[in-house]
Design a protein around this ligand. Structure first.
Ligand code: PLP
Length: 515
């Protein structure tokens, strides 16, 4: 492909992908393995024309796509796309510079620092996390990667703190090494039972233990008392808690942990056990962090400096920036670089050696990195603060309309958690005639079981029919578990009317399942 051919193909590709953006269909009916039937095996001996390749996008790829930008996509959490975001990825692809250090392309590093400081101001993140002090931000691929980085940095900080104490005890190097190995086996990373599974995965990757802290059914947010109980229990058993994921907007119900009481609990634990390694606390705001751009949520980040070593949210979920753009902030960037910096000879250069530049390779797992700040820059400039706020508010308004409809329909539905950050979590009641016949009425186990059965049937049927796409989920375990439906309309094209339409579709499906 030469330059004139590229220009022509690029125009055609943009026309085609723009049509895809406005699709109102959500799910695909493609069966497993559908693509193997359509695409001949192997790479052609001689290259094909772009026309040929492009035709296959329409005929073979599009039928297997779920349309996350559709106004009928109400599942999982959103993955927003926008025109400025797409343009950012286009330039990033065109420039392609694997800018692992400042010297590789100063613009890539410097724009990232500037954009992340701007985003920090946008969400009211205190100065401690800005680049002017000891902190700073970095774009990771995902919230899960941010947690891996935080856990590894936390592990190394915990070991370094213990080594400082042992250094005063007249031990040989071998003895210290033995102690490090013993300590590694005792380190425990923590998250609540509502925290995203990425904390457990990060612990697996880092080779350390992981334990959950139970929350109360119906509330779902972690409290200081629960943290204290777990920390003291581990300490009494000779284990060493060193890391805690707290969440702003949990995946199942968008619950927010009680940051103030957790902060107090951590302080009390460290006062009682002054030689215990300092617990690294991460705030995972993968989806809900976008809401911090609204004035009514901006008091929340002011609490962070009292307890949080790191914070992360995905602009690629609810803030109009195409996947991937996970904004991670730390209070002390040295914690990351101490844990993740390795400098073989070929990476040494006068700029890095001078200490005057940032090398983001030392803040992340991979070496190479894309020019991801471009899309965040384009999005924040194109929409401005007011445009971004209007986007987030629209989702909140749609969700509030849905909540109102659910609350008004006490025959069919129950909310199983307080609606938060544009997420509604509901369960479906059994037919009214059946409720009266159940032993113990609504208070009995039979009622809960019937709710679970009917909710699952409704969710499966709605998704099978494919007019809208919702997520069934299960809260809690065993006898007490609640099957529920999550509805979140935060794709850019979702209007209040789409949530009202979704309520109508779900209600009609309830009637059909009841019948
Ligand atoms: N944390 C929370 C609270 C989430 O809801 C999710 C996914 O939805 C994640 C982490 C993982 O996000 P990512 O795909 O960016 O790793």
């Amino acid at each position: 492909m030469d330059s004139p051919q590229f220009r022509q193909a690029a125009h055609a590709a943009i026309d085609q992908s723009d049509n895809g953006q406005s699709s109102t269909t959500t799910t695909t009916s493609a069966p497993p393995g559908y693509l193997r039937e359509l695409i001949p095996p192997g790479i052609p001996e001689d290259g094909e024309s772009w026309e040929n390749i492009q035709r296959d996008i329409e005929a073979k790829i599009m039928p297997g796509l779920t349309h996350w930008q559709s106004p009928n996509f109400l599942a999982f959490f959103p993955a927003n796309s926008s025109y400025p975001g797409i343009l950012g990825d286009l330039y990033s692809g065109a420039f392609t510079c694997a800018a692992f250090n400042w010297q590789c392309s100063p613009a890539v590093t410097e724009l990232e620092t500037i954009v992340l400081d701007n985003v920090a101001r946008l969400i009211n993140l205190p100065e401690e996390y800005h680049s002017a002090g000891e902190g700073g931000g970095v774009i990771q691929g995902t919230a899960s990667e941010a947690i891996v980085v935080a856990v590894v940095a936390a592990r190394d900080r915990a070991i370094a703190q213990s080594k400082e104490i042992w250094a005063t005890q007249n031990l040989t190097e071998d003895e210290i090494e033995d102690r490090v190995c013993t300590l590694r086996g005792k380190l425990v990373a923590l998250g609540s039972d509502q925290a995203h599974s990425s904390t457990k995965k990060a612990a697996m990757i880092a080779g350390i233990r992981f334990q959950t802290i139970s929350t109360v059914m119906g509330e779902y947010s972690l409290t200081g008392a629960q943290v204290t109980h777990k920390l003291e229990d581990l300490h009494a058993r000779g284990l060493v808690p060193f890391y805690l994921t707290t969440t702003l907007g949990t995946t199942p119900t968008c619950a927010t942990d009680d940051f103030a009481s957790i902060s107090t609990a951590l302080l009390a634990y460290h006062t009682a056990h002054p030689t215990a390694p300092k617990i690294w606390t991460h705030v995972d705001a993968a989806y809900a962090g976008a809401a911090l751009i609204l004035p009514e949520y901006q008091h929340i980040p002011l609490l962070f400096p009292s307890f949080a070593d790191s914070f992360d949210f995905n602009m690629h979920k609810w803030l109009l920036t195409n996947f991937d753009c996970s904004c991670m902030y730390v209070r002390r960037r040295r914690d990351l670089t101490d844990a993740l910096s390795i400098t073989p000879a070929y990476l040494r250069n006068e700029y890095s050696d001078s200490g005057l530049v940032t090398d983001y390779r030392d803040w992340q797992v991979p070496l190479g990195r894309r020019f991801r700040s471009l899309k965040a820059w384009f999005v924040t400039r194109s929409y401005g603060v007011q445009g971004l706020r209007a986007h987030v508010r629209k989702a909140l308004d749609g969700a509030a309309a849905f909540t109102q409809l659910v609350r008004a329909d006490t025959v069919r539905f129950e909310l199983v958690a307080e609606p938060a950050f544009a997420l509604n979590v509901v369960r479906v009641r059994p037919p009214p005639g059946v409720v009266g016949q159940l032993e113990g009425g609504e208070a009995g186990a039979g009622f809960a079981r019937r709710c679970n059965e009917v909710t699952k049937k409704v969710a499966d049927r709605v998704n099978k029919e494919g007019k809208i796409f919702i997520t069934p989920t299960v809260l809690g375990h065993g006898e007490e578990s609640i099957t529920a439906i999550r509805v979140v309309g935060a794709a850019p094209g979702v209007q209040v009317a789409d949530l009202e339409n979704a309520f109508r579709i779900i209600s009609e499906t309830v009637d059909a399942v009841w019948a």
